[in-house]
Design a protein around this ligand. Structure first.
Ligand SMILES: [Fe+2]
Ligand SMILES: [Fe+2]
Length: 171
């Protein structure tokens, strides 16, 4: 990052970089979880969920990209050997459920990952508020998207539960 850009950051850059790196690795793991879930999932109702997982995978990869750019600007290094991804991340990566038709279970797993991401970006936003406007703006942008992801998935589960109840009533 440019000299001036770095000079306006009024906090411990090392500590900030450690947070950003964890978030970055969590995004890479989320990308892979969602992407591989989209590949192997079976028996989902229509293509709705498979498509959803594929789309979200792309969004999480976009988050990783933005974090990598900010890590570089702050003088950090986003290059990490893949075998270190999980070691350096905040959370373990989530494999698709063994039962590949357990759509609800896989959505529940994703909701948990989104909640972890919400916590992480809230932490980053608080840490940078009034001290590093650029990272603050990135943190709140990503926070907003993770909040949207959680909301969407909760509604999706609600809708599916509603459909199941209706079907049960018809029987
Ligand atoms: Fe994300
Ligand atoms: Fe997300």
């Amino acid at each position: 990052m440019g000299e001036k850009g770095r000079s306006i950051v009024e906090l411990d850059v090392k500590a900030l970089l450690a947070e950003l790196k964890k978030a970055y690795l969590d995004e890479l793991l989320a990308f892979y979880s969602y992407w591989i879930t989209a590949q192997v999932a079976e028996g989902f109702h229509g293509e709705e969920l498979t498509e959803h997982f594929a789309e979200d995978a792309t969004e999480e990869l976009g988050h990783a990209q933005k974090l990598a750019a900010r890590i570089l600007e702050l003088g950090g290094d986003p290059v990490v050997h893949p075998k270190e991804w999980e070691v350096g991340a905040d959370h373990k990566w989530v494999a698709p459920r063994r039962d590949r038709s357990d759509a609800e279970g896989m959505v529940e797993d994703q909701i948990r990952a989104e909640r972890d991401a919400i916590e992480a970006y809230n932490r980053i936003a608080k840490m940078t508020f009034g001290k590093d406007p650029v990272t603050y703006s990135l943190g709140t942008e990503l926070l907003e998207e993770e909040v949207r992801h959680e909301e969407f998935l909760e509604n999706l589960l609600g809708r599916r539960a509603g459909r199941r109840k209706k079907a049960a009533r018809r029987r």
